[in-house]
Design a binder for this molecule. Structure first.
Ligand code: NDP
Length: 445
């Protein structure tokens, strides 16, 4: 690594020693940016990397809410406004008990490059809370969301910061958050994306991350003389990203044989019945183990990581960060995996990524492969500004163009600055160059 990038990373590790996920994401990004800073010595004088890794603003706040028994509960809320060089902050809100500042900062820093890759004018941010929506009543979720927005509203706005969904935040939560923003500010504006279709949402937003992942993976396979058709596929998770990735893979002629949730996974060698998964997860909010009641030929196994021991040619991790460690990567490689497409953010550890790359597995990194969600969120912002709604087909066609475009940007940057086929370096470099150019143009302070 260049002296400059290494120095910034060493400093970041010392100053954020208690933030392992943030350090992990920064290590990958800074390591791959070496050829860029070597070619642009002016970046060091401008302190560009130091500025890149430090959020513009971190907001942490108390979220008190009353449960159904009348007991007041308190959670911690976060919004990290990381970088606004190319547009208003944009990135999801995550509700999960594991949420802490390290996780929100890693997600926010990844989001800067992802949003840049879409080619759309959006900066990077992320937020959330350690509130766990699982097991809570609709009323409890509503009270939490209203309290969360009662603080957040003063920091967001359609031209300032536009949050969206992420783990634990779907249409229900976005509705409660939006209602509270409108109630407090009196503004009917596109302050959130992922809205309902009758009140400003975009067609194809729900499907966008999963569909976009498949468009990216197909473009990557085609560039390497392969295709999704006829391939056996394992998809982890059974949330928003996983369900629509599984749907598009099936439409492309692949066969999804396994899916999971945070308790365990189902294996259905005949091909997962998505109608059953959607009913369980989107309608009834039940556990995936119930799948075998509807499809008795399938099996259920408790625990998550075993899903990566199921033989497949394409693996799509769509659950959460660090769900594929080195051992899981080696199991996939031993079973002949040809391509990995990251639907979740940072689902592979640094060691797992290295193992895939050494084994010449085609590896599509999250910030490029899962950019479809935020891309359609930006299209939702455009439609809100124009007071227009585009058809599903129009949004889907734009999404496909954007994802294929991202693949080519990433592929070209890998060839120009790193190694052909190193899409991790390609994504970091292509995303960074645009942000760096804007930061240089806008001055240092
Ligand atoms: P959802 O909440 O809809 O689904 C998450 C899925 O992952 C659920 O099946 C959940 O299981 C499982 N999961 C969550 N945490 C864990 C864990 N610790 N171990 C194992 N499984 C877990 O979230 P999304 O589908 O929206 O998000 C999934 C990933 O995709 C995240 O990394 C997110 O950041 C990323 N992403 C999402 C985008 C979007 O548009 N939604 C855009 C870009 C990236 P359970 O139900 O048991 O909790």
């Amino acid at each position: 690594m260049s002296d400059y990038a290494q120095r910034v990373l060493d400093d970041l590790k010392a100053r954020n020693a208690h933030e392992p996920e943030f350090i992990q994401a920064a290590t990958e990004i800074l390591t791959t940016l070496k050829p860029v800073v070597d070619r642009h010595p002016e970046y060091e004088k401008a302190g560009l990397l130091e500025r890149y890794v430090e959020p513009e603003r971190v907001i942490m706040f108390r979220v008190p809410w009353m449960d159904d028994k009348g007991q007041v509960q308190v959670n911690r809320g976060y919004r990290v406004q990381f970088n606004s060089a190319i547009g208003p902050y944009k990135g999801g809100l995550r509700l999960h008990p594991s949420v802490n500042l390290s996780i929100i900062k890693f997600l926010g820093m990844e989001q800067i490059l992802k949003n840049s890759l879409t080619g759309l004018p959006i900066g990077g941010g992320k937020g959330g809370s350690d509130f766990d929506p699982k097991g809570k009543s609709d009323n409890e979720v509503q009270r939490f969301c209203q309290s969360f927005m009662t603080e957040l509203y003063r920091h967001v706005g359609k031209d300032v910061d536009v949050p969206a969904g992420d783990i634990g935040v779907g249409a229900r939560e976005i509705g409660f958050l939006y209602g509270q923003y409108k109630r407090i500010t009196g503004l009917y504006e596109g302050v959130l994306t992922g809205k309902g279709l009758t009140w400003g949402g975009s067609l194809a937003r729900k499907e966008a991350t999963g569909f976009g992942l498949c468009y990216f993976v197909q473009a990557m396979l085609e560039a390497n003389g392969k295709s999704v058709a006829g391939k056996t596929v394992v998809v982890s998770g059974s949330g928003n990203v996983a369900i629509y990735a599984a749907q598009k893979i099936t439409e492309m002629g692949g066969k999804v044989v396994a899916m999971s949730d945070s308790n365990g996974y189902i294996h259905d060698p005949a091909g997962v019945n998505l109608a059953v998964i959607k009913q369980l997860k989107e309608v009834e909010r039940k556990r995936i183990r119930e799948y075998v009641n509807a499809v008795p030929t399938a099996t259920y196994t408790e625990g998550c990581s075993g899903i990566w021991t199921i033989p497949c040619q394409i693996a799509l991790p769509c659950a959460t960060q660090n769900e594929i460690n080195e051992a899981s990567a080696k199991a996939l490689i031993a079973n002949g995996v040809e391509a990995v497409g990251e639907g979740a953010n940072m689902p592979s550890t640094l060691e797992a990524t290295a193992a895939f790359q050494q084994a010449k597995v085609l590896f599509a990194p999250a910030k490029a492969a899962n950019a479809g969600g935020v891309a359609v969120s930006a299209l939702e912002m455009s439609q809100n500004s124009m007071r227009l709604s585009w058809s599903f087909e129009e949004v889907d066609a734009r999404l496909k163009d954007i994802m294929v475009g991202i693949f080519h940007k990433v592929d070209d940057a890998a060839k120009e600055y790193a190694t052909s086929g190193d899409y991790v370096a390609g994504a970091n470099i292509a995303g960074f160059l645009k942000v760096a150019d804007a930061m240089m143009a806008q001055g240092a302070v």
